[in-house]
Design a binder for this molecule. Structure first.
Ligand code: HEC
Ligand code: HEC
Length: 240
């Protein structure tokens, strides 16, 4: 369900007002019992991204809690500027200032919450083995670097702006690779993920997504400190 339509959009309109604090401003008595802080305003995101942004079990919405602040900011900005397409997300961030997007990104990045158990279970062992091989070693013959070279050996991301790959729903991962291939998702140039998506076969994308989405995140979900000085491909995002 990549693009939830009418009922959610109506709700999103109300949520957008709550986000800016305007509902609370219009109702001073409510403000006495409902604190106008970030946690309260960000309730708007919970419908889709789950309580405190820790993901729902709907199989598509990505977790946002605990991701690197630079990465979250880049994505909010990408939705605002059309480098990622999702009508609700664009609608929500359309009129927000850059400073507010930074505030939102910082808020979710600061939430250190346990992860739910992985969604994908029972995938065929051969598929999982191929997925793990791609993630940890890549496929040098086809010019595919190991995912872990950029996303961190623990695959939990690297500060300030490299996202983790664990805890993402399988369908969400598949959709992102599809979007890079069609140009619907773009990052600052050079867009290394678009290049990697072009080099990977559909079978390999399926294998990597199956393995990643079946891994538990037991300890240390926090992003790692810093990246190797030289990435296997040049990336315009991820480093800032
Ligand atoms: C109506 C559902 C909905 C609501 C409400 C919503 N989102 Fe989203 N959000 C999505 C979907 C769907 C995606 C994935 C879109 C895609 O495939 O690119 C997404 C993606 C994102 C991403 C990118 C995540 C990543 O890992 O790249 C961020 C960040 C985000 N949302 C933040 C927010 C914030 C902050 C709010 C509240 C202000 C919010 N969202 C409210 C549906 C929603
Ligand atoms: C050369 C570095 C590099 C390599 C290698 C790499 N990635 Fe990425 N990846 C990135 C960057 C940078 C981003 C963030 C792009 C952006 O800002 O939108 C990203 C984003 C992603 C995302 C989006 C996460 C989200 O929450 O939406 C997925 C999924 C992903 N990569 C999967 C993979 C997989 C699977 C592999 C291995 C086959 C891989 N990546 C290899 C640099 C890399």
């Amino acid at each position: 369900m990549p693009n939830p339509q009418p009922p959610l959009r109506a709700r999103a309109a109300l949520l957008a007002a709550a986000l800016s604090g305007s509902l609370l401003a219009a109702a001073p008595t409510a403000a006495l019992t409902v604190p106008d802080d970030m946690a309260q305003r960000m309730q708007a995101c919970v419908v889709c991204h789950g309580k405190e942004g820790r993901a729902t079990n709907h199989g598509f919405f990505p977790r946002i809690a605990g991701k690197p602040a630079g990465y979250l900011f880049n994505q909010l900005n990408n939705f605002r500027e059309g480098r990622r397409l999702n009508s609700t997300m664009t609608y929500l961030v359309d009129h927000m200032s850059e400073a507010y997007l930074h505030e939102i990104a910082g808020y979710f990045a600061g939430l250190d919450l346990p992860y739910p158990p992985p969604q994908t279970t029972g995938a065929p062992p051969a598929l999982l083995a191929r997925g793990e091989q791609l993630v940890r070693q890549g496929d040098p013959q086809r010019g595919i670097p190991a995912c872990s070279q950029c996303h961190g050996t623990a695959m939990t991301g690297v500060n300030p702006a490299m996202p983790g790959l664990l805890g993402l729903p399988r369908d969400y991962i598949l959709a992102q690779f599809g979007a890079w291939r069609t140009g619907e998702r773009r990052a600052a140039a050079p867009d290394c993920m678009a290049e990697i998506a072009r080099r990977l076969s559909l079978e390999d994308v399926t294998a990597a997504a199956a393995w990643l989405s079946s891994q538990p995140v037991t300890s240390g979900p926090a992003p790692a400190g810093s990246l190797a000085p030289k990435l296997p491909l040049d990336c315009g995002s991820g480093l800032r």
